[in-house]
Ligand binder design. Structure first.
Ligand SMILES: C[S@@+](CC[C@H](N)C(=O)[O-])C[C@H]1O[C@@H](n2cnc3c(N)ncnc32)[C@H](O)[C@@H]1O
Length: 233
């Protein structure tokens, strides 16, 4: 299940990469592309992740803890991860937060979490049975009325409709979804080349996200897509 990435690095090896290279592009040594993508992800989560004080939050596939600050603010946060080395980094960064190794089981009661957030994790699970099992488990421990927020890559191989179909069921309903970033774009090229200073990333990202609305799946590359699902009775 802890399969090789297309670029030939295991998650265990990736965990040793510095900063965002561990969970984003492992070859982005200048870090501009990853920083920009990270900014986009955080803008979207800051807007749509609206927990009440003390809400129980699960960060499925938390990696090295990139999203801990957002997801644990005033919440009861748990990060779960399959790669021990990733968890170790997260624990070092956030010694007071709860991190658990994912051992093919979600050790939580039914109807437990108010929010489950998973960013760039499910797209890596290529085994259909593993995928189904994980989704079943996540649905089980999400509270009725709770939300599942995901950012995943959408491509011709797995379109947004395919994603929705793979998650929706009798008690899990799709609420909203939209593209937030294109893997190949002019902005992306300018960012990579260092032609846009880092202090402008946030402002540009806000506009970029809006401009992506209505973008259809490209023939090459992918779209980063934000999804919200809700558990109903
Ligand atoms: C691209 S990283 C994303 C990490 C984090 N969600 C983030 O956005 O920074 C993907 C993570 O998914 C984890 N992962 C891969 N397969 C998994 C599985 N079957 N169950 C749980 N985590 C998994 C990897 O170990 C890795 O930390």
């Amino acid at each position: 299940m802890n399969r090789f990435e297309p670029n030939g690095l295991t998650w265990k090896v990736r965990a040793k990469r510095k900063g965002l290279m561990s969970v984003m592009d492992p070859y982005d040594y200048k870090g501009r592309k990853s920083k920009y993508t990270d900014t986009i992800h955080k803008i979207v989560l800051n807007k749509y992740f609206n927990p009440s004080y003390g809400d129980k939050v699960l960060d499925f596939g938390c990696g090295t803890g990139r999203l801990v600050k957002i997801l644990s603010k005033n919440t009861d946060y748990t990060g779960i991860e399959i790669t021990k080395e990733m968890i170790n980094v997260a624990k070092r960064k956030y010694p007071n937060k709860r991190f658990i190794i994912y051992n093919k089981k979600l050790p939580f009661k039914n109807n437990f979490f108010d929010y489950i957030v998973s960013v760039w994790v499910l797209q890596h699970i290529s085994n259909k049975n593993d995928f189904k099992k994980i989704i079943k488990g996540l649905k089980r421990c999400l509270k009725t009325g709770g939300k599942l927020l995901m950012i995943e890559q959408v491509s011709v191989k797995k379109t947004e409709k395919d994603w929705i179909k793979s998650i929706e069921s009798k008690n899990i309903k799709y609420v909203v979804g939209f593209p937030i970033r294109k893997s190949i774009s002019i902005i992306g090229i300018l960012i990579k080349k260092g032609m846009i200073p880092k202090f402008l990333y946030k402002q540009i990202a806000h506009i970029d996200i809006l401009l992506k609305r209505g973008t259809t799946v490209p023939k090459t590359g992918y779209l980063d897509y934000f999804f919200i699902f809700k558990k109903v009775k």
